[in-house]
Design a protein around this ligand. Structure first.
Ligand code: NAP
Ligand code: MG
Length: 479
């Protein structure tokens, strides 16, 4: 097979005007933290990008106090229309600074620029536009009469979609009239801090949005703070469980968006080339660091070999490397720790007897990388069929009948998402009806829209983000 040669096409970082050091964002000002700072690095080069403040319990307390004051004195007194104006302003500023945000996200997270530029940042703007529109229409959201804000929301997010997860959390919270304290992940705080600048530019009343950077301890202090009314968490099932325990009986309203092990089911009547693109998008988008990734391919036995062959051919054309290069398909793994987890679970897959295949590609010398990998003939009991790998690794299983596909798809402690590929609409509807997953895509995968609720069953968490349902999570009495 011959390949086209691609000349490097790196996006310039000249658009970024980063500070060497960032404080905490409290009351619309950057303020120093009590303790030592830490560095955020680019996972593609391992070079430091900036020093970041590490919020202590006392710092978190200051941020919650600022959010409480802002809630009592200004935000809860504004009309929905005025809150909406601020949210529209934020949405427009995100669009204005879109290129800068995309470059910063790819630098800090390692995701390809074409994804941060074409997916993450446009969705961030869309989320703010969408919830801006709801701010003065809460009475008509079908969530009961006279909907009221909860108060101060504590929000903790992971590193896989740093700015997008921020938007999923902050946009509905503010639209519903709450103030927030948000903690980004330790390895990806950069775009949250650029967002803090946008909050200043939008001239939001001080204290409505506060950002506390730090590691797990900062997150723990935030969710356990006695003066927060709501906890919204996206991350691992393990930490989600701890938070459910520690907030139980506290009166805090809780939503948890946790892990997943989604089945992507391909029937023999599916348009195969389209399905192959969907499988690739399902698991290799964002290096597989996607909670709703289609990490378990369930393919009908009669087309199994054909699909796997085509998948291998397609994966061999993906380009792995510099996240800032516009031609890059697979960027860097977010951290050394995550890379280790992917390696360990992949070795387990091999030891348990699955057939491992890895796309041939040159791995850069520095940074954290994992080539796209497929495990074929995976048994349902294998750890790589059950546990979330959260990396560019696909487990392939087969089925003969729709009933077997459904049984295998549901055979997981998770229930976040699923995909169905078939030419028959009736089959898609019949199968979708029996899948225990919060989001089901048909003949597509990993599609997001602010109007569409997203969330899981079982160990994938509870509560919904997006749409009217996403507002309910931030309103009193609303279900
Ligand atoms: P994680 O370890 O659970 O971390 C998530 C966030 O919680 C981070 O900000 C983390 O801080 C913080 N944290 C850690 N320990 C905490 C504690 N005891 N109390 C409060 N906060 C704490 O998860 P991750 O490894 O960053 O993210 C990967 C996981 O997130 C995967 O399992 C994935 O499926 C899930 N995820 C789910 C969704 C969804 O919508 N369902 C979306 C994205 C990701 P540090 O960064 O400093 O550790
Ligand atoms: Mg980083």
């Amino acid at each position: 097979m011959s390949f086209l040669e691609y000349a490097p096409a790196p996006e310039s970082t000249a658009i970024l005007d980063l500070k060497p050091e960032y404080g905490l964002f409290i009351g619309n000002e950057f303020v120093p933290a009590e303790g030592e700072s830490f560095s955020t690095i680019s996972p593609a080069t391992e070079k430091e990008i900036a020093r970041i403040a590490n919020a202590s319990e006392a710092d978190v307390d200051r941020a919650v106090a600022a959010a409480r004051r802002a809630y009592d004195k200004t935000w809860s007194k504004l009309s929905g229309r005025d809150r909406g104006k601020y949210l529209f302003r934020i949405a427009r500023l995100v669009q204005e600074r879109a290129r800068e945000l995309a470059v910063a996200e790819s630098l800090d997270n390692g995701k390809p620029i074409k994804e941060s530029r074409d997916v993450d940042v446009p969705l961030v703007a869309a989320w703010f536009f969408y919830y801006a529109g709801w701010a003065d229409k809460l009475d008509y959201a079908g969530l009961g009469g006279n909907p009221r804000a909860l108060g101060v929301a504590a929000q903790v997010i992971p590193w896989n979609f740093p700015l997008l997860m921020l938007a999923w959390k902050i946009a509905p919270a503010l639209a519903a009239g709450n103030t927030v304290v948000l903690k980004p992940a330790e390895t990806t705080p950069l775009t949250a801090l650029l967002f803090a600048e946008i909050v200043q530019q939008a001239d939001l009343p001080p204290g409505v949005v506060n950002i506390v950077t730090g590691a797990g301890e900062t997150g723990r202090a935030l969710v356990n703070h006695p003066d927060v009314d709501k906890v919204a968490f996206t991350g691992s099932t393990e930490v989600g469980r701890q938070i459910a325990r520690s907030t139980a009986g506290s009166g805090k309203k809780l939503t948890l968006e946790l892990g997943g092990k989604a089945a992507n089911i391909v029937f023999d009547d599916a348009p195969i080339d389209q399905a192959v693109e969907g499988i690739v998008n399902g698991i290799f988008f964002n290096q597989g660091h996607v909670c709703c990734a289609g990490s378990r391919l369930l393919v009908q036995e009669s087309i199994h070999e054909d699909v796997v062959e085509r998948l291998k051919a397609r994966l061999s054309t993906l380009r792995l490397g510099d996240p800032l290069d516009k031609n890059t398909d697979i960027g860097a793994i977010n951290s050394a720790e995550q890379l280790e987890r992917i390696r360990t679970l992949s070795d387990v897959g091999e030891a348990e007897g699955a057939e491992r295949w890895t796309a041939e590609c040159a791995i850069p010398e520095n940074g954290f990388w994992f080539a796209p990998t497929i495990f074929d003939n995976v048994s349902t009991s294998s750890r790589i069929a059950r546990e979330e790998i959260f990396g560019p690794v696909l487990s392939v299983l087969t089925f003969r009948t729709p009933a077997e596909a459904i049984a295998k798809a549901n055979n997981t402690p998770y229930g976040l998402s699923a995909g169905i590929w078939s030419d028959k609409g009736s089959r898609i509807l019949a199968v979708a009806d029996k899948l225990r997953a919060g989001v089901i895509w048909a003949n597509t995968f990993n599609r997001f829209d602010p109007a569409s609720p997203f969330g899981g069953y079982k160990e994938s968490g509870y509560g919904r983000e997006g749409g009217r349902h996403g507002l309910a999570a931030y309103l009193k009495g609303a279900k």
